[in-house]
Design a protein around this ligand. Sequence first.
Ligand code: C5P
Length: 406
Amino acid sequence: MTDRLDLAGRHIVLGLSGGVACYKAADFARELVKAGATVQVVMTEGSQQFITPVTMQALSGRPVYTSQWDTRPAANMAHIDLSREADAIVVAPASADFIAQLAQGRAGELLALLCLARPVDRCPLLVAPAMNREMWSHPATRRNVAQIVADGAHLLGPGHGDQACGEVGDGRMLEPAELRDDLIAFFQPKVLSGRHVLVTAGPTFEAIDPVRGITNLSSGKMGFAIARAAAEAGAQVTLVAGPVSLPTPRGVRRIDVLSALQMHDAVMPLAPHHDVFVATAAVADWRPAAASERKIKKDGSGQAPAFEMTENPDILAAVARLPEAERPYCVGFAAESHDVLDNARAKRLRKGVPLLVANHGPATFGRDDNTLLLVDADGVAEMPRADKLTLARALAGAIAQRLPRP
Ligand code: C5P
């Protein structure tokens, strides 16, 4: 779901070639329009066996082009005009036959013609394959796909799963929301390209007995947004997540944990293999010293049970103490209720991290927007209230600027 208009100002030519996945292209067109793009649909003859231009016109709000002999463009050159206005051409679905046409530079239909006639350095071509798994794995398709990638096309997917033919395997077109997110990511600046980023997110859960525990109200949204923003910026991202029910951002490797100790044990061996460590998790400070193996029962005495608590390891401080050669660039978070800036400055020094991001706890937990203060050795910078993904993208940029050159 996005109401950020991530594609505002983008003009997308959406090409449909023949395949059952055309039904998903209708929804994809809607997602693009909802994200702020203008969408010009171009359909091959084959695609019109699966979905009509009327549907695509209604969803995109523009008449659909289907033929190179269309007399609407003033100079009668649809193949030139359409690609000159586009920020990208996205072919979804791209059939095996259409990919073969691209590989050979054929131009027998308007859609193939305009892909060939596009200015390759200005108008990227993104291709979302959709076909049966045997067709996808056939040597001819492998050859054609390798060729179009070598010629500069970007692949979106394909996905893996149930196919319309009843088989299961690779070749499914990505879902409309996945295609939308991949296209949004495609347009983000690749400021973290080649970097490895490790993120912790969410609360931890400290067991009292097999059915109860101590946790907190962290939603994980900020950490998940940072993981997504870092992946969009070209990084390889590992996300160590406490118990939250958020979807994993595309392209992100996720490791689920429950307790602070599990989070610590997941993070420590990974940290030396990462360039950046962003600790957004709201890690419990204490845990019950020994969780009961059995559910603790009321004993009728009216006495509440007493728990001995023990302190959890500070994961961020532990990573920040690694020897320099193994230490990623560390970014801490601080959710405060009062004296946000003073507390943030003190916390940065106490944890020994170069960058500390502070926010007002009650104003961020569970919300979709936030305000951030970036505190480093040079001073303070404020990121004004915005949705968490917008802030995360800005933070990814701020981190990239502070990293030593690779
Ligand atoms: O000390 P405090 O919990 O306020 O510090 C917050 C920062 O330290 C956050 O970046 C949080 O992810 C990290 N932290 C941690 N391990 C802990 C406690 C906090 O990594 N046990």
